[in-house]
Design a protein around this ligand. Structure first.
Ligand SMILES: *Cc1c(COP(=O)(O)O)cnc(C)c1O
Length: 461
C-alpha cells in the first residue's frame, strides 16, 4: 500500500524526555524465557529490550496530556474532568451519553449485561478475546460473520474487516431477529491482523439492521486507524479528514465500547457510549456495581483528563500518518526479506504467519507461541501469540478452537519507538527465519481456565 512515490512521513513530535532501554544478554534471555514458561506475557519488563507485546496502554502521552494530569479534579462525584471527557466524546465521536470505565472490558461487561439475554446470538466481525468472553458470561453466543477473506493471510482484500451481509441474513432467518440484540462491529479487526471495515459495508449493515430492529455496537478501540485506511482505500474519502471519517463511522452505530488504551493514547481508561437514554440509565446504574460512580467509572479524574486530550490528538491526520507509516515501514522490510506476514499490512502491528514461517510444527505444538519465544531469545524483542493458545476452548464442549490464523503479533506502541528500533526488529526476525528448520515446538504444562494465553506455561518438546 505504501507507494514509493509518496512523500516520507516523519514523527509529528520531538522528544522531550527519554526512558533508557534495558538490554539483557543472550544467556539472560535464554534463562528468562524458560522461567516464563515460554510465554512472553510472563516475562518481566526489565528483561525485555524492545517491547512489542501490545499497543495497549503503552502509548507515549504528549506534554499536553501530562499537563492535563495536573488538572485532575479528584472529587468523588461530578469531576470537572468527566465533563471534559464527555465533551471530547460528543465532539469527536458524536455519541450522546458516555460512561467511563477502567478499561475496555469494563465497558464490555456492562454492555453485555444490559443488552444480552440468555440464548441470544451476537454476530461480530471476528471475535476479540475479552469481548466474546463477556458475551458468553452474559448467556449469549458469539458468531463470526466476517468475510471469508479475513481468514486467509494471503488475501489482499482492502477491507478484510468487512461483514458478510449474507451471513448476517442467514442468522436472522435461522434464529429470528429478536434473538439478536446487536451486531458487534470492530474497527480495524485486531484478530484478523488489524484489518479495516469500509464505510460502504458499514452503511449496508446499517440498512439491514434498521430493517430488522437490531442495534450496531461498535468496538471503537482502533477507530482512527480504520479511518486512515478508509481515506487511503475507499472511493470518495481521499480528501476527507480523519476526524470527519471517524465521526461518520460512529454515526452508523447505536453505541460503542472503547479501550482508550489503544487509539486514544492513554495508559489506562475506557468508556461505554450509547445514544439511547434508557440504556444509558441502566448502564449508569450498573457501573456503580462494577466500576464506580458514573462520573468516574474506576478512573482518577486525571486519567479522564488525559483521555479527553488523547482523543483529540488521536484523530489528527499528521498523527495517524506517522503512526501507520511506521507500521508499514516495518512490514515492507519484512516482506522484502520474504518473511510470511498477513497482508495487507494492518493498522497497529505486523502479524507473522507462523503456519508458513514454521510449517514443520503442527498447530497442536503451538507454532506461534514457539516463534514468539524464539524472537525473544534472539534479540530481547517481545511479541505475542495470536493463534491456538489465544483462541482457547469452546466453553460448552471443552474442545480447542483451531483458528485458521496462527499468528505472532508485533504490535507497535504509539509514539514510543523510532525507525531505528524497527530496523533492529526486522533484522532479528530475518535471523530467526534463517534458522527456522532447527526450531522445535512446545507442549503446554499449565492451562488456566479463562483467557489462557495470558498465563499458560509451556516446555520445549
Ligand atoms: C484491547 C481490546 C479490548 C479490551 O480492552 P481492554 O482495555 O484491554 O480491557 C476490546 N476490543 C479490542 C479490539 C481490543 O483491542
Amino acid at each position: 500500500m505504501s507507494k514509493k512515490t509518496k512523500a516520507s512521513w516523519a514523527e509529528p513530535y520531538k522528544i522531550k524526555m527519554v526512558e533508557l532501554l534495558k538490554m539483557p544478554t543472550i544467556s539472560q534471555r535464554k534463562k528468562m524465557i524458560i522461567e516464563a514458561g515460554y510465554n512472553t506475557f510472563l516475562l518481566k519488563s526489565k528483561d525485555v529490550y524492545i517491547d512489542l507485546l501490545t499497543d495497549s496502554g503503552t502509548s507515549a502521552m504528549s506534554d499536553r496530556q501530562w499537563a492535563g494530569l495536573m488538572l485532575g479534579d479528584e472529587a468523588y462525584a461530578g469531576s470537572e474532568n468527566y465533563y471534559n471527557l464527555e465533551k471530547s466524546v460528543k465532539k469527536y465521536y458524536g455519541y450522546k451519553y458516555i460512561i467511563p470505565t477502567h478499561q475496555g472490558r469494563g465497558a464490555e461487561n456492562i454492555l453485555s449485561k444490559i443488552l444480552i439475554k440468555k440464548g441470544d446470538i451476537i454476530p461480530g466481525n471476528m471475535y476479540f478475546t475479552t469481548t466474546r468472553l463477556h458475551q458468553e458470561l452474559a448467556g449469549g453466543t458469539f458468531i463470526d460473520v466476517i468475510i471469508d477473506e479475513a481468514h486467509d493471510s494471503k488475501s489482499l482484500h482492502p477491507f478484510k474487516g468487512n461483514i458478510d451481509l449474507k451471513k448476517v441474513e442467514a442468522l436472522i432467518s435461522k434464529y429470528g431477529k429478536d434473538k439478536i440484540p446487536y451486531i458487534c462491529v470492530a474497527t480495524t479487526v485486531n484478530m484478523a491482523g488489524g484489518q479495516p471495515i469500509s464505510l460502504e459495508n458499514l452503511k449496508q449493515l446499517r440498512t439491514l439492521t434498521k430493517k430488522n430492529n437490531i442495534k450496531i455496537i461498535l468496538d471503537m478501540t482502533r477507530i482512527a486507524e480504520n479511518a486512515y485506511f478508509i481515506k487511503l482505500r475507499e472511493k470518495g474519502y481521499s480528501k476527507k479528514s480523519i476526524a470527519s471519517i471517524v465521526k461518520e463511522i460512529c454515526d452508523q452505530t447505536d453505541g460503542a465500547t472503547m479501550s482508550a488504551k489503544k487509539d486514544a493514547l492513554v495508559n489506562i481508561g475506557g468508556f461505554l457510549a450509547i445514544n439511547d437514554k434508557e440504556l444509558f440509565e441502566e448502564a449508569s446504574n450498573l457501573v456503580v456495581v462494577y466500576e464506580g460512580l458514573h462520573t468516574y467509572g474506576g478512573l482518577a479524574g486525571r486519567d479522564m483528563e488525559a483521555m479527553a486530550i488523547g482523543i483529540q490528538e488521536s484523530v489528527s491526520d499528521n498523527h495517524i500518518n506517522a503512526r501507520i507509516g511506521q507500521v508499514l515501514y516495518l512490514g515492507e522490510k519484512l516482506k522484502e526479506a520474504g518473511i510470511p506476514i498477513v497482508e495487507p499490512i494492518g493498522g497497529h502491528g505486523i502479524f507473522l504467519d507462523a503456519k508458513r514461517f514454521l510449517p514443520h510444527i503442527k498447530q497442536d505444538h503451538y507454532p506461534a507461541q514457539t516463534l514468539a519465544a524464539e524472537i525473544y531469545i534472539d534479540s530481547g524483542v517481545r511479541t505475542m501469540e495470536r493463534g491456538i493458545v489465544s483462541a482457547g476452548r469452546n466453553s460448552k464442549t471443552g474442545k480447542n478452537y483451531y483458528p485458521e490464523l496462527e499468528l505472532v503479533r508485533l504490535t507497535i506502541p504509539r509514539r514510543v519507538y523510532t525507525q531505528a528500533h524497527m530496523d533492529v526488529v526486522a533484522e532479528s526476525i530475518i535471523k530467526v527465519y534463517k534458522r527456522k528448520e532447527k526450531i522445535k515446538g512446545l507442549k503446554m504444562t499449565y492451562e488456566p481456565k479463562y483467557l489462557r494465553f495470558f498465563q499458560a506455561k509451556f516446555e520445549k518438546l
